[in-house]
Design a protein around this ligand. Structure first.
Ligand SMILES: C[S@@+](CC[C@H](N)C(=O)[O-])C[C@H]1O[C@@H](n2cnc3c(N)ncnc32)[C@H](O)[C@@H]1O
Length: 367
């Protein structure tokens, strides 16, 4: 009798890596690098905004960081005096870097982990135990980002966000606790909602996501929205149909984690907040004063002492900007940082250190 064929997997499966390198296109290979760069840039911008510094003294640990030079362009620098760090011995486990035991992590602001092999990664993390700098598993975060996008059908991915903004959302999700409650105020066709659900699921988290929208188009603009530039007014965003969105979410098998909440946010959000006492992430994307203002006024005061991350899109629109300024004047515990153009993050000033620390290892507890 012939023996059943046994496949032995290493981590990651070696034969798969070899086959992929042999048969995949240059585009596929570069795509992997680009995803690391996308996540790396979002992380660099967050660190630089929060620490108010243009440069971060950085070490790269592990052999699977792609595009270090481009990462250096983003402000992840290595000091001249530390050049020797790259001159590891030929028989070092983690090549071409120095042995982790002879490396002093406290000389750095940030350590980017770029190692796929789970055992080696664990060795690196063990070596960094108790160190004082930020440790970010760039390889893992970028791999999850790629896997998530690969798993979504293009025709279902009706998100308004560009890839930089999506990468910043991925970082905020990375930080969330194991069972996060997420509110998207202004969900439109739920393309970003779908991305969030899939990314969290791939991280092994069990989210409850509330997607709020009229699902019939944006409400009438207020005077605050009309001060300058383009005005998002009635008649825009009318393509979002609840029945089609439900079908798409079902086909992508994420419907169980997402509650679609039709109606004006001003009216629907208070009902959700009666049930959900702790919100982990608020993604605020209404493009208008009224929706932004009412959401922040309802949620920020409740979360002064709790770990909440708020991401707001289109913050250069006059109504959105005014709503943020007014809300923060009432809840000064929160501070505003720009991550990308017109894409801001609001977090408690006292939590900023912990916020970035929580991005270490496997997503941390999010606290
Ligand atoms: C820019 S789109 C949202 C895009 C979506 N977040 C994404 O990433 O694809 C803005 C949405 O906010 C909704 N909206 C704006 N103000 C609202 C309000 N006060 N109540 C309910 N929905 C609102 C609009 O109907 C529109 O669908």
């Amino acid at each position: 009798m012939t023996k059943p064929l046994q496949l032995l997997f290493s981590d990651p499966p070696l034969f798969w890596n070899k086959a992929r390198n042999r048969f995949s296109s240059a585009h596929t290979r570069l795509q992997e690098e680009r995803d690391q760069l996308l996540i790396g840039l979002a992380y660099a911008n967050l660190c630089k905004a929060i620490y108010k510094t243009p440069k971060l003294k950085t070490a790269y640990a592990g052999k699977d960081i792609l595009g270090e030079e481009a990462l250096a362009d983003f402000g992840f620098t290595v000091e001249d005096s530390l050049k020797g760090y790259f001159e590891g011995r030929a028989d070092d486990l983690i090549r071409p870097y120095q042995e982790i035991s002879s490396f002093d992590p406290n000389q750095f602001d940030v350590i980017l982990i770029g190692e796929k092999n789970r055992k080696i990664k664990q060795k690196i993390l063990d070596g960094l135990e108790g160190c004082d700098c930020l440790i970010f598993d760039l390889e893992r975060a970028a791999a999850l980002f790629s896997e998530t996008l690969r798993s979504i059908k293009s025709k279902h991915f009706l998100s308004c966000l560009n890839s930089h903004k999506l990468a910043a959302i991925a970082l905020a999700l990375w930080l969330c606790p194991a069972e996060p409650v997420i509110i998207e105020a202004g969900a439109f066709q739920c393309g970003t909602t779908l991305f969030m659900a899939k990314f969290l699921h791939k991280m092994g988290k069990q989210p409850r996501i509330y997607a709020l929208d009229t699902f019939q188009g944006i409400p009438k603009a207020k005077d605050e929205d009309k001060k300058y530039g383009f005005v998002f007014d009635e008649g825009i965003f009318t393509q979002a149909q609840l029945s089609k969105i439900s079908k798409r979410l079902k086909k992508e098998r994420v419907h169980e984690w997402i509650t679609l909440v039709p109606g004006l946010i001003e009216e629907t959000l208070p009902r959700i907040l009666e049930k959900e006492k702790e919100i982990s992430l608020l993604f605020l994307d209404t493009d208008q004063y009224a929706g932004t203002k009412s959401t922040l006024d309802l949620i920020l005061p409740l979360s002064q002492q709790k770990p909440l991350t708020v991401i707001v899109d289109d913050t250069t629109l006059p109504g959105v900007n005014q709503a943020i300024v007014e809300a923060l004047a009432k809840t000064p515990a929160f501070q505003r940082h720009s991550v990308f153009m017109n894409f801001d993050i609001l977090i408690q000033a006292t939590r900023q250190e912990r916020f970035l620390f929580a991005m270490t290892r496997n997503g941390g507890s999010g606290r």
